[in-house]
Design a binder for this molecule. Structure first.
Ligand SMILES: O=P(O)(O)OC[C@H]1O[C@H](O[C@H]2O[C@H](CO)[C@@H](O)[C@H](O)[C@H]2O)[C@H](O)[C@@H](O)[C@@H]1O
Ligand SMILES: O=c1ccn([C@@H]2O[C@H](COP(=O)(O)OP(=O)(O)O)[C@@H](O)[C@H]2O)c(=O)[nH]1
Length: 490
């Protein structure tokens, strides 16, 4: 279950409906998993006010959940993306708190839970994804205690000092604790969650295990899995909360990178840009968490100070459209486009663009060609759950060349230690890292890229889903594995 299905329904001006792939890393990561399983994907079809019948897409059974226009505004654009999203990303933007948005979030979560409850076979495994659906685990457990329920949070879980702002902080914790296994991107996220549970609920935790007291007056209390007695002699249900860092289908990216047509397209991209000595690339949803403004500032200053030459270096910035009706996102687009216009106005020449700015979403093949064309990949997120783009760049570089500049605030930095790690708030540090990346000798580039590729090729998306589902299946047999998934325990 995820808010977004792998395909969005798009209705054109003539009223004709078509399906197009959904944006974002969650769908990229889950598609190969779902293709391999004989399951049902429950999610929203991407258009408001329409009931869509269950259907098949690319070998996946789809069960659409309908949202009205008002729910789209209050549950998705409002509570999910204007309350939870900024709150969980370190309040980079100010979260808005509205009681009607919360009511809508509860209503829509209930609808998702009901849909899954109706579709799941007895004892089935249900895997719920992301911050839009945090109440679903408890709602589902209430009506279907036979199910094995997993939850994975794709975005960060904030430190308690930030999380505690949320007026509905206890309800969200209760919602999540309905799951048997709760997965996070980083060890730090899992730690933040356990702390919030201790502070808000007073429940005890032992490493990754959370002890949820059982209400013995509840007639359903006998149906719980992994019930045990805690050190005070009380009956508790145990929940596993741990890091499972997500990844990509690395083999598929390698395969695309080896295709002659895609390699030719990469050469064409370089030519279209006037064959600069260095191409730097940024690929992001147009989101304030991605640090696009910081990246442009650093690049603009390097041109201003004559440390970079527009005839030698071009920055390609793909900023794919995202959440365009949310005011903060509209403002961000204006700011970014103003900055790009200024940099190009000040430093571009007739023959050489400084920033090639593309406000589009591209298919995978074009993404791979862009990755192959880029000498330096810039991931400067201010906060990011994982950032699959960083991993895709590494998987694509079958030539073992290219330099990844990576923010330490992206989950990917826990694993990709051989990237040039930066703090995007430190503009001078970012500028130095860009120059270091451009000037890095081939031997060093290859050494770093080899080490990065080993990580991404070993810890791919199949391994991620297998380790989560294994933890979930073991939990169905009353056994919570205590060790962490493969990740640096930093
Ligand atoms: O569905 P949208 O509102 O259009 O947004 C797209 C997705 O963005 C987020 O992606 C996150 O998941 C990635 C995979 O785990 C991760 O690499 C990235 O850091 C996250 O930001 C969001 O979490 C998804 O729910 C959205 O569908
Ligand atoms: O034009 C684009 C821009 C992005 N992406 C994909 O969108 C995902 C972005 O995931 P990431 O984890 O980096 O960030 P998110 O957008 O989920 O926050 C990656 O798989 C990208 O390849 C894409 O297919 N076309």
């Amino acid at each position: 279950m995820s808010n977004r299905l792998p395909v969005d329904r798009v209705v054109d001006e003539a009223g004709q409906a078509t399906w197009r792939p959904s944006p974002g890393g969650l769908v990229t990561a889950l598609q190969p998993v779902m293709r391999a399983e004989d399951g049902v994907w429950v999610g929203w079809a991407g258009v408001a006010g329409e009931e869509v019948e269950p259907f098949e897409a690319d070998g996946i059974s789809i069960l659409p959940v309908a949202l009205s226009e008002q729910e789209l505004q209050e549950y998705y654009e409002g509570f999910s993306n204007d309350t939870l999203w900024p709150l969980y990303h370190d309040v980079i933007a100010q979260p808005s708190y509205h009681r009607e948005w919360w009511d809508s979030y509860v209503r829509v979560n209930r609808r998702f839970a009901d849909a899954a409850a109706g579709a799941a076979a007895p004892g089935a495994v249900v895997w719920v994804h992301d911050y839009q659906l945090q109440l679903v685990p408890a709602m589902l457990r209430e009506v279907r205690p036979d199910l094995v329920i997993g939850f994975f949070n794709h975005i960060p879980f904030p430190p308690y000092g930030i999380y505690s702002q949320l007026p509905w902080r206890r309800q969200i914790i209760d919602g999540l604790l309905g799951a048997d296994v709760i997965g996070f991107q980083r060890v730090a996220d899992a730690g933040n969650f356990s702390r919030a549970v201790r502070r808000l609920k007073g429940y005890e935790t032992r490493g990754p295990i959370i002890e949820v007291p059982i209400d013995t007056d509840d007639p359903e209390s006998g149906s719980h899995r992994h019930v045990t007695t805690n050190r005070h002699g009380g009956l508790v249900r145990t929940v596993l909360a741990r890091a499972f860092p997500i990844s990509i289908d690395a083999e598929a990216y390698q395969e695309l990178a080896r295709r002659p047509a895609i390699q030719e397209r990469a050469r064409e991209i370089r030519e279209e840009l006037g064959n600069p000595e260095t191409i730097m690339l940024g690929v992001d949803r147009l989101d304030y968490t991605k640090g696009i403004g910081h990246r442009l500032k650093a690049f603009g200053e390097l041109l201003r100070d004559g440390r970079l030459d527009v005839e030698k270096v071009t920055l390609v910035q793909v900023a794919s459209p995202s959440r365009e009706r949310v005011e903060t996102y509209r403002q961000l687009r204006d700011e970014i486009e103003l900055t790009v216009g200024r940099i190009n106005g000040d430093y571009a020449t007739l023959g050489h663009t400084a920033v090639a700015y593309l406000h589009h979403g591209y298919p995978k093949e074009e993404m791979v060609a862009l990755y192959l064309a880029a000498d330096v990949m810039l991931v400067t997120a201010l906060r990011d759950g994982m950032n699959l783009v960083a991993k895709e760049y590494v998987a694509t570089r079958v030539d073992e060349d290219g330099v990844l500049v990576l923010s330490e605030f992206a989950g990917a930095s826990d694993e990709l230690r051989q990237a040039l790690l930066i703090n995007p708030h430190d503009i001078e540090g970012l500028k130095d890292a860009m120059l270091q990346a451009i000037a890095m000798p081939k031997r060093d580039r290859v050494r770093r890229m080899r080490a990065l590729r080993k990580k991404v090729l070993t810890n791919d998306v199949a391994r991620w889903s297998a380790s989560f589902l294994e933890a979930l299946t073991r939990s169905a047999h009353g056994d919570h594995p205590l060790q962490d998934a493969p990740v640096n325990r930093r």
